[in-house]
Design a binder for this molecule. Structure first.
Ligand SMILES: Nc1ncnc2c1ncn2[C@@H]1O[C@H](COP(=O)(O)OP(=O)(O)OP(=O)(O)O)[C@@H](O)[C@H]1O
Ligand SMILES: [Mg+2]
Length: 335
């Protein structure tokens, strides 16, 4: 018996690029876009494995292949020892999946009817189904409005129905695509708590997110993915430890422009710079990664002051997963 819940080996997905106006010429080699580029990873039984990456990194495409919804171009995904492409029906019995953006639940049915429907689809009927449905409705705080149609629910409630639906057949492995995307802060916290509780029941969870705090808070291990490739994989703690020789300095500045950025980049020890304009505070927030060095901070401040720039605030931060991403790619997760 394998100790891995999910084993992915050299998984690849190419999408054919369709020309809008052109017609296909025979024998012409087709152009493809590589959405997932030969990735390999293993998820141990009982762990939460986070897939962290920016928009378009290939997260959803990967989990669609694992969930048997997309056929890989090459490579394999094995769930509890069962090959996704060869035995999809068996794999589906082990997986509960919640995808984003797709209407995986019926909005014209009530929360309860949705669960009844999906219970029946999984062969769970009668008293057993009722007990399970009542349990899930109560547990996910849906019981008071269980008999209203889903279209009247908030986004957080809809997401909880989708999660309840994914758990109806008691799957060993849960796959969640951006589970808290679009939720308000309170619903986000509630859902993260629920995800941790579901792990405590002994289930394995693979989740995707582009929120670094979410990946950090929930995951036992993380794969950071960018442009279809896994660029780092470890525990959140170890990933951040890799930056312990780097000072992360955040400056709040009145002005920032490309020529200042070029000057700062020229200072020895400066590794990466990201900047964003804070609309509310009306100031620039510039994050600078510097390798520990004697005069590096002095040089930095002297350089900024020499441009007549006003330093509104200065702080040194502990590394986050966002900093891990910046140090690997030179760009911010949000870009
Ligand atoms: N059916 C498709 N045909 C062509 N290209 C596709 C298709 N599905 C996805 N892609 C492309 O593959 C890349 C990866 O998409 P994917 O949805 O996996 O990213 P993601 O990491 O889930 O991003 P997000 O954070 O925005 O959800 C994107 O560039 C996307 O445009
Ligand atoms: Mg996605």
């Amino acid at each position: 018996m394998t100790s891995y819940a999910i084993e992915v080996k050299n998984l690849r997905k190419e999408f054919e690029i369709k020309k809008r106006n052109g017609f296909f010429k025979r024998n012409k080699k087709k152009e493809v876009f590589i959405a997932v580029d030969d990735i390999s990873f293993q998820v141990k039984k009982g762990e939460i494995f986070g897939f962290l990456g920016p928009n378009g990194a290939g997260k959803t495409t990967t989990i669609k292949m694992i969930s048997t919804l997309l056929r890989p171009t090459s490579g394999t995904a094995i769930i509890n020892g069962i090959n996704c492409v060869e035995r999809p029906m068996e794999v589906l019995k082990i997986l509960g999946t919640v995808l984003t953006g797709e209407r995986s639940i019926y909005w014209k049915l009530t929360g309860r009817e949705n669960l009844e429907y999906f219970a029946a689809m999984n062969g769970i009927t009668g008293r057993k189904a009722q007990v399970k449905i009542d349990y899930l409705l109560t547990r996910f705080n849906l019981d008071k409005r269980a008999d209203e149609t889903v279209e009247k629910y908030s986004t957080g409630m809809k997401q909880r129905v989708a999660l309840a639906k994914a758990l109806i057949a008691d799957p060993e492995i849960l796959i969640l695509d951006e589970p808290t995307s679009g939720l308000d802060p309170q619903s986000t916290l509630n859902l993260r708590e629920l995800i941790l509780e579901i792990k405590e029941e002994g289930r394995t969870i693979l989740l995707t997110t582009h929120y670094m705090e979410e990946a950090d808070q929930l995951s036992d291990r993380i794969a950071i993915i960018d442009h279809g490739k896994i660029i780092a994989m470890d525990t959140p703690c170890n990933l951040k430890k890799g930056l312990n020789k780097t000072n992360i300095i955040v400056l709040e500045l009145k002005d920032w422009n490309s020529s200042t950025e070029e000057r700062i980049k020229g200072i020895p020890m400066v590794e990466n710079i990201t900047s964003r304009f804070d609309d509310i505070a009306q100031r620039w927030e510039v994050k600078i990664h510097m390798v520990n060095g004697n005069d590096s901070i002095n040089d930095l401040i002297t350089n900024i002051i020499s441009t007549n720039n006003k330093i509104i605030n200065f702080r040194v931060e502990e590394p986050t997963l966002e900093d891990v991403f910046i140090s690997l790619t030179g760009k911010s997760l949000r870009e």
